[in-house]
Design a protein around this ligand. Structure first.
Ligand SMILES: NC(=O)c1ccc[n+]([C@@H]2O[C@H](COP(=O)([O-])OP(=O)(O)OC[C@H]3O[C@@H](n4cnc5c(N)ncnc54)[C@H](OP(=O)(O)O)[C@@H]3O)[C@@H](O)[C@H]2O)c1
Length: 334
């Protein structure tokens, strides 16, 4: 696999392809990380909220201790949880993640979401009101960002960034920042192509990281089952089953997943597809040996559904849309 990467404000190079690990259970993620490293991945994305940092840490430790690569060749990112979105908690949550990952520093630390919840007594989950809604907390982005900058000063993070922020939230941080966000991580795939956000990031010189780049098959079902949350009717097929994506794949001898990932990396967007399956981890890594034609890029661009293509709107967390920093417009039904 070619080592394609983008240059960050910090001077670090961030690989264009990484392994996503949301919903990867501890017992499977350890092997998934090992397979990914064998296949040449160097970027791993995790989060406090994914409950798998310890397992990832074990795989990384084994890999480095065996001399298969140096720590500096890896790019590890994790995230400040929604329950830690206050300046006084940033260091505590980051040092907890570092301990779980068995690392001295992360390459990138992200604010996971722009809104904050009050934690429950365990400090691991949000507190809930009697009606099941989450207890909202005041969220002061500039104060949290200052605390994030201190994590770079203290050497706990090489770079810092944000996730799920909208344009005005991002611009506010950039306007006040001493250390610029290294990347904005957002949901981005053929059904949700985010043209305005991309134009804004391009103007600010901030590379985008696309989460759910395959359209997160199964995510809607997961949210329905876990939170009893119903999505509006949407007849669009799963992206991996889309006839155009399949047809372009056939032309190049590539799978639908490879076409979707290539569509993004060919535009300089970092992708972090999740897989716990060795065959698919390998498949997702093989996207630097072919090129989509300008016409194919245009055709894939035409799949954008705008806001209706969004899957991760966080509405499954009851009451989130009442938070003053809830970042998304409400979805229209189509
Ligand atoms: N910042 C945030 O708020 C946020 C939110 C969501 C996600 N993320 C990050 O982004 C990563 C990716 O997003 P995601 O997990 O939502 O969705 P995704 O990467 O678009 O899709 C993952 C799903 O696709 C399947 N899959 C993977 N490769 C495949 C292939 N080649 N062919 C067919 N199916 C394939 C996986 O199943 P198998 O495992 O069985 O292969 C899994 O069910 C996450 O894991 C996480 O690290 C961040």
């Amino acid at each position: 696999m070619a080592t394609n990467s983008v240059l960050l404000w910090s001077g670090q190079r961030m690989p264009l392809l990484g392994l996503g690990t949301w919903q990867a259970k501890p017992e499977e993620v350890e092997n998934a990380v090992e397979v990914a490293l064998q296949e040449g991945y160097r970027l791993i994305d995790t989060a406090f909220n994914y409950n798998n940092e310890e397992a990832i840490g074990r795989a990384l430790r084994r890999w480095v201790d065996a001399g298969k690569c140096r720590r500096e060749e890896l790019f590890i990112m994790t995230k400040l949880p929604h329950i830690g979105n206050r300046a006084s908690d940033v260091e505590m949550y980051l040092t907890t993640s570092l301990r779980r990952l068995q690392l001295d520093y992360v390459d990138l630390y992200l604010i996971h979401v722009p809104f904050g919840f009050v934690p429950d007594n365990t400090g691991e989950n949000p507190a809930k009101n009697a009606d099941g809604s989450f207890v909202l907390d005041d969220t002061d982005h500039l104060a949290v960002w200052k605390a994030m900058e201190q994590q770079v000063d203290s050497g706990h993070a090489r770079s810092i960034g944000v996730s799920n922020f909208n344009i005005s939230q991002l611009e506010k941080i950039v306007g006040a920042a001493r250390i610029c966000p290294a990347t904005l991580q957002v949901e981005l795939h053929a059904y949700l192509q985010q043209p305005e956000l991309r134009a804004c990031c391009s103007k600010l010189g901030i590379p985008l990281t696309a989460y759910s780049p395959l359209g997160s098959p199964g995510a809607k079902l997961h949210f329905q089952q876990k939170y009893n949350f119903q999505y509006p009717e949407n007849n669009a097929p799963d992206l991996l089953e889309h006839p155009l994506v399949k047809q372009i794949g056939n032309i190049h001898g590539k799978s639908p997943a490879q076409v979707l990932l290539r569509h993004l990396v060919q535009q300089g967007i970092i992708v972090i597809p999740k897989s716990a399956d060795p065959k698919r981890i390998k498949e997702n890594g093989q996207i630097f040996d072919f090129e989509l034609t300008p016409e194919e890029m245009l055709q894939l661009g035409g799949l954008d559904l705008g806001e209706n293509g969004r899957i991760i709107n966080f509405m499954f967390w009851k009451g989130v849309e009442k938070h003053p920093e809830y970042p998304f417009k409400q979805q229209e039904s189509i």
